[in-house]
Design a protein around this ligand. Structure first.
Ligand code: TYD
Ligand code: MG
Length: 465
């Protein structure tokens, strides 16, 4: 039998050591180990006493056979259902992470109210706020009449026992997993061991009862869901709720989903009466666009199956530093370096004495290489002072050779641009899939030199060097 004594658990990744050390070997974090009593064995697991484990014999199945599609619990909040892959799956566990104050509790209360009003049993357990506070928020959002069952509790055994009473709930929200503690785990609440133990108990309840469980998780400064990363591995889906403090809109993004795609986003706007859905995010991201300034290009991007137009802003300014600055918000740093290198090598641009700032307007995070062309156009425009034609969208991937390569779903991108009143699209010359361009005039480029020449021709005289 394993020796039981104090162990040291990394509070960042959950790795366990028998001796204290300054740095966690598993994740490299310093001073993250803290002493915890060893987790008790999972109750019901046999064989812990050293005897030969005696198991129940179960039937094995083949790959082929009848399996019903997981029936979904549709919340009715379209943007939420889109990210979960068409609704909550009974018996599944979902972890939703996000910065404090971003609106997790608000979103989940709205989902609870919608389901409860549709006649399902919904339980909302808050470990952070009193029932009074939760009630007050619901009242502000005009949801007081929804028959959501409310509790302010933190002990998982009590919660599971309470949930066992009455009919099986369709949805249980635990806000948040970091506040939960289990009597079966001998360490202080808030520690990794406790969070893991509590999550285990709650997940076991969800799997055995068939209720859908949503766990709220806090996010640390570097964007990880605080506490053990292992909780992320234990659950069926991980969603993150993001947003910029200065902007009213919030983006719900799938990071892992056993029952759907992870590239879909849901867009919400925080209003005085809770979160409202944004079904046309492009219009939102393009609002307040300054069309008369150089350094801005509209990128026709895709988020999952949905096209999203967003403005890419660049500022290229002479530097006063020995090593010029490169700062990026909303895009990959390494991708910017690559585009800059291509523009210098193949486009003939001199950027070594310039600071470069790149920003994706509205706080969206763009992950697509298809944004290369829009980024390049914004950079060249800012450097030369040439204002890009205002009614144009850009998309295309730039290869290291300077070639502009076709990207997927061009037709959907063009349709969205046309819908929003754009007149032209600057796109790669290859790729057949564009269709008739939806009334847009299509301008195709095969190499960055063509793009640079095109933009430089629009530059004001003083800059034509
Ligand atoms: P909350 O859901 O409590 O955030 P989280 O659970 O992620 O910590 O949201 C709190 C913020 O949302 C708070 O700063 C106020 C704002 N808010 C509104 O603007 N309108 C509303 O109707 C509600 C309920 C909250
Ligand atoms: Mg909250």
């Amino acid at each position: 039998m394993a020796k039981r004594g104090p162990t040291y658990t990394c509070q960042a990744c959950g790795a366990v050591y028998h001796r204290w050390q300054g740095k966690c070997d598993a994740c490299g974090t310093w001073s993250s180990l803290s002493e915890e009593a060893q987790a008790a064995p999972v109750p019901g697991a046999r064989g812990a006493s050293g005897g030969r484990p005696r198991g129940r014999v179960f039937a094995l199945e083949g790959l082929k056979g009848e399996t019903q599609d997981a029936p979904r619990i549709v919340s009715g909040i379209g943007e939420l259902d889109r990210v979960t892959g068409g609704g909550f799956v009974p018996g599944s566990v979902l972890l939703i992470g996000g910065d404090p104050g971003i609106g997790k509790s608000t979103l989940l209360m709205q989902a609870c109210a919608a389901l409860a009003s549709a006649g399902r049993r919904v339980v909302y357990v808050s470990g952070e706020e009193s029932t009074g506070q939760v009630r007050l928020r619901a009242e502000r959002m005009g949801l007081s009449d929804a028959p959501v069952e409310l509790a302010a509790e933190t002990n998982v055994e009590d919660i599971v026992a309470t949930l066992g009473q009455g009919p099986r709930p369709a949805l249980v929200v635990i806000d948040s997993i970091q506040t939960m503690w289990s009597g079966e785990v001998e360490s202080a609440p808030g520690t990794v061991t406790q969070v893991r133990g509590s999550a285990q108990a709650l997940i076991r309840y969800a799997k055995t009862s068939g209720a859908c469980m949503i766990l709220v998780g806090h996010v640390t400064k570097d964007g990880q869901i605080a506490g053990p990363r292992v909780v992320e591995h234990m659950v069926d889906a991980v969603l993150s709720f993001e947003g910029e403090g200065a902007h009213a809109f919030r983006i719900l993004r799938g990071q892992k989903n056993r029952f759907g795609a992870t590239d879909e986003i849901g867009v919400f706007e925080m209003t005085g009466k809770g979160l409202s859905e944004v079904s046309n995010p492009s219009a939102l991201f393009l609002a307040g666009r300054d069309q008369a300034a150089p350094g801005a290009a509209v990128f026709a991007g895709m988020e999952g199956t949905r096209p999203v137009l967003v403005e890419i802003q660049a500022l290229v300014a002479p530097t006063s530093l020995g090593t010029p600055r490169r700062a990026v918000v909303g895009w990959e740093n390494s991708r910017l370096s690559m585009v800059l290198a291509v523009l210098e090598t193949h486009g003939g641009l001199r950027l070594g004495q310039h600071d470069v700032y790149l920003n994706v307007a509205g706080g969206l995070r763009v992950n697509e290489p298809a944004a290369d062309l829009a980024v390049a156009a914004a950079l060249v425009s800012s450097l030369t002072g040439a204002i890009l034609p205002p009614e144009s969208v850009y998309f295309g991937e730039i290869a290291l050779s300077g070639a502009i390569r076709p990207v997927s779903v061009a037709a959907a991108r063009l349709r969205e641009a046309s819908k929003l009143g754009f007149e032209a699209a600057l796109m790669p010359s290859g790729g057949a899939e564009a269709g008739d361009g939806d009334g847009l005039s299509l301008r195709r480029f095969g190499h960055v030199t063509e793009l640079v020449a095109d933009i430089a021709a629009r530059a004001p005289r003083r800059d034509a060097k």
